[in-house]
Write a protein that binds this ligand. Sequence first.
Ligand code: PFF
Length: 458
Amino acid sequence: MAETTSTSRGNWNSKLGFILAAAGSAVGLGNIWRFPTEVASNGGGAFLLIYLLCCFAIGFPVMVAELSIGRKTNRNPVGAFKALSSNKLYPLIGFWGVLCGVMILSFYTVVAGWTFSYVFEEILFFTGFTEWATLFADVTHGVKNAIFSVLFMGATVSIILGGVSDGIERATKFLMPVLIGILLIMIGYVAFQPGAGIGFAEYLKPDFSMISAPLIFSAMGQAFFSLSLGMGALITYGSYLSKKENIPEAAAYVTLADVGIAFLAGLLIMPAMYMAESFGVDIFNDAGELLASTDLIFQVLPALFHSLSTTAGIIFGTGFFLLLSMAALTSTISLLEVPTSYVIDEFNIQRKKAATMIGGGILIISLIISFDIALIDSIDFIFSTVGLPLGGFLICYFLGYVWKVENAFEELEQGYHGLHTSLFKTIWPIFIKYIAPLAILYNLLEAIGLITYIQELF
Ligand code: PFF
């Protein structure tokens, strides 16, 4: 194994830089593409409520766990488990994370390619080239998808080549406030459009009768996906974190930023769906349920932008998709950083070679998906909805019962001087040892039908 120190592997430049980079990883297509789609297909407000619960009760404790494992070991997810235990089985948790990262990145690149192609769609639409606009809007167009996937992967690899701090920190510092600004302006606009009221009500008034096992399972998967948890992305980012930093505080900022932006995205897209309906976009399926296809937001949002004047449309349409592409980029960077740091640390391969090789390999899968986008749903289900909570469960188990909470405290207290008198010290172990792993396990077993099977036995 390559011996590495924090300095030779790179470090974040500042506390704010780290928070922004981790928030950049968290905020992405998960918030603006995946979250509204899940909300629409899972009964609106009820999903939102369970999602928030999952983020704070499961996501936040797991985030602290990942960051402390990463900072303690200064390693990639596989190396981190090797460093903390001599049992050969535990690094498998890291391997699972690397595999999830590879598979998630393969479809994420295609969807990120859609967002980038919509930048051109908006320009072409507003400058009168409507036929070309239609081509760029076609999410099923294999060749177009493939070209944009290549562009997106190229951008991701080139940032990763520069190392962790400079590119990522600088991009996110500017990106996040502008994204929030645009979301707020668009929410303000949509709020006064026909149909908006129904959308707000669907989103904000939970219908408790909608809460079901599949809804809870989807909400948990969404929380892990959106917070970039369960696959070691934050073990990797934590490994570049200085000992001075207060991990629970940083994790709280990242969780709040991510949840806040997802909440805003729902506030925009749910009413926009009903507004789009009044423009003729089909938002219900044959059973009368809200449509929640993979390309939902790519139908609803352009309908919204196209209702604006040319100048406003160009500014907001292109601006929004450009920002979303950049938000996706700060997430693809973290997805690629996981397998890259693994290969750099464990096989002593140079960053340049590692990132190019792995990025190239993943791109091959993205190209296959480009021509068969139905694959997105199944890969997403296996590696995000099931895979990330499974990884999260194993991380909780490892921290709580193998590495032990006391050792994690020793790591945490270095940047958190008030740890020993804090409420966090009392509550976090309960969540990491019992509440989070049991909740995840119950949901996973329920999803594969085991709970029903056991109930039937008695
Ligand atoms: N959190 C990202 C998003 O919401 O778009 C996606 C993601 C990034 C998931 C990194 C997992 C990960 F490790």
